[in-house]
Each structure stands twice: as C-alpha cells, then as structure tokens.
Design a binder for this molecule. Structure first.
Ligand code: PEP
Ligand code: MN
Length: 331
C-alpha cells in the first residue's frame, strides 16, 4: 500500500504516518516526490485496514499496490495453469469447446444434442440439472434425475460433463456425477458455496457475476483456491451495462485483463452474453481471437420449445458452422 501525503503535509505528519504503520506491525518507507511524499507500506501479508491511515492529518489518499489476491495471481505463479481432465486439457494452446442445452430436459433431448455437438467437435457437454432462475415459477431443473441423464451422456458419448451446483445443499451430489462443477454468475460471491467448491476434487468453472469487477472475480477464485482446489477455470459471460442491444455486454477485455494478472485459464460464454443466437458466432470468434481458452455455448435441436434460454441457443447446424468458423481462425 502507498499512503499519499498532501502537498503541504509537514514532516511531523509524515512521521506520524510512519509511526502508525509501525504500530500496525509493518514498515513505512517515505518516498519523497517532486510535489508530495508517498509512504510505502511493506511487510504486510494480507490487506491492510486503511481507514485509520486515510484519516490521519496530512494524508491525501491510500493506494493499494499489492493485489489482494495472492494464490490466483501471476506474481505467485507465473506459468499459465493447465487443467488436465485426461482426454482434454484446458489452458493448452487449443481452445476447448463445451456445448449443450441450457437445461437437461429429458434423456432423449440430452442425448440428441450430445451426439450432434460431439460430431461437430465439442469435447465437453454442458447442461443444467439445477437451474438458478430469475423467477421462482420457472423450470428449476430435473435435479438428481438430470444428473443421472448427464452420466448417461458421458457413458454413451465419451464427452466430459460440466454442470452447475447452485447451493451448498447440492454441490456434493453434483460432484459425484460431473467432471467439472460450474458456479454460476449469480453465485459468484456465494462464499459458502465457493468454500465448498474449494474442498472438492473437481475442477471448477467459475462464472463472472454480471456486476462483478475482474478483481472481485479473482477474489472469488481466491476463496476456492485458499481451500485447496487450484483447478479453476474462469468464465466471462457478459456484464450489465446501459447497452440494451444484447442481454449482457460481452467484456472481451476481460480475457487479456485476467491473463495479465492471473495464471488461470479463461473461457467465454457467448450465449448468456448475447441473449440472441444470431450474435453467438461473431462473439465466439472474437473471444477466441482475443485469447480465450475455450467457449461454453448453448445448443438445442428445438430452441423454440426449449424450457430455458431458447432464444440464445444455437440450432445444431449453427453449432456445426460455429466449429467450422473457429477452425478457420487457425488457433
Ligand atoms: C448457465 O450457464 O446456464 C447459466 C445460468 O449461466 P450464468 O450463471 O452465466 O447466468
Ligand atoms: Mn442458460
């Protein structure tokens, strides 16, 4: 942390700041500048409570320079993390494509979509058994029956499975059935769930909350990692902005922003960002071109009758086109 002194701060005020820092158990090093002095705080392991420091006489402001996250930071771990799922590795050079319906609706529905996305080149199958819906009256998912269907999909197709745990009450069950546990945007700051996710053995797909900064996303990942699970894939899925041409605004800059400061792989969900299937292919191409480690895409053979998110789900043929378009990017 840096304590920035006012232009007219006196030597006594600077000394008082240094003493205060020492009373907190750290060292304060004054760095005189052209017009003002900054006092650098060193020796702290975690975040410093800065409200008292900020209110000392002569202090203009305090600036955090050390990142509040440690384990997910590139400073701690300079090499990019690879998530090894056996047949699939996330974070290697080739983008990993996850595809499937928003929700598992029936065994027939799940298997038809799975066979098709597999044929087109997807490696991981998505489908919600527990659905976090905005309305309590909307379809909430098939629960454990949905998880059983996902196991069947794995067995029949060899695709790996990603599915969401929505609560601490279902994460252990989800863990038994899935290869990757998804934590959805609405739960990005559900700290009890994050801690539980940190205690499982499964890789976690952590989606960015729609009003969360990159730092908040990384702090949530830090929760998981500080419990012992380092297998985390982050996912940009669109954030809320004033723009109303899409359901959410895909923050393409999240990809290089995360990669600049963290070693964790980043996926993009163009479906929940766009909210309209017409935009899913261009957003997917943009994401891959910007360095995303993969995509998670909603696909349905009959999106008009899908129980959730039909408007943004690609038809099977459109998913095939998406895979062809991505291959052309040569990444
Ligand atoms: C989903 O993947 O189906 C989902 C609900 O996504 P999000 O949490 O990003 O809204
Ligand atoms: Mn969905």
């Amino acid at each position: 942390m840096l304590v920035i002194m006012k232009n007219d701060a006196t030597d006594e005020q600077i000394q008082e700041v240094i003493l205060h820092i020492e009373r907190l158990g750290y060292r304060g090093i004054p760095i005189p500048g052209a017009s003002r002095t900054a006092v650098c705080v060193i020796g702290n392991q975690g975040i410093i409570e800065d409200s008292q420091l900020a209110s000392l006489h002569g202090v203009k402001e305090t600036l955090r320079v050390t990142k509040p996250y440690k384990l997910v930071s590139r400073e701690t771990h300079p090499q990019p993390t690879k998530i090894d799922l056996g047949p699939v590795v996330i974070g290697q050079n080739k983008p990993v494509i996850m595809a499937g319906p928003c929700a598992v609706e029936s065994e027939k529905q799940a298997l038809i979509i799975a066979e098709s996305v597999k044929q087109a080149g997807a490696q991981i199958y998505r489908g919600g058994a527990y659905k976090p819906r905005t309305s309590p009256y909307s379809f909430q998912g098939l629960g454990e029956d949905g998880l059983r269907i996902l196991s069947k999909v794995r067995q029949e197709t060899g695709l790996l499975i990603v599915t969401e745990a929505t609560d601490i009450s279902n994460i252990e069950l989800v863990e038994q059935y899935t290869d990757i546990i998804q934590i959805g945007a609405r739960n990005m700051q559900n700290y009890a769930l994050l801690k539980k996710a940190g205690q499982t053995d499964r890789p976690i797909l952590l989606k960015r909350g729609f009003a969360a900064t990159i730092e908040e996303l990384l702090m949530s990942a830090e929760y998981i990692m500080s419990e012992g699970n380092g297998k985390i894939v982050l996912c940009e899925r669109g954030i809320r902005t004033f723009a109303d041409n899409t359901r959410n605004t895909l923050d393409i800059s999240a990809i290089p922003s995360v990669k600049e400061v963290s070693h964790l792989p980043v996926l993009v969900d163009p479906s929940h960002a766009a909210g309209r299937r017409e935009f899913v292919i261009p957003l997917s191409k943009a994401a891959i071109a910007a360095g995303a480690d993969g995509l998670i895409v909603e696909v349905h053979y009959d999106p008009v009758h899908a129980v959730s998110d039909g408007r943004q789900s690609l038809y099977l043929e459109q998913f095939q086109s998406l895979m062809i378009e991505i291959a052309k990017l040569n990444i």
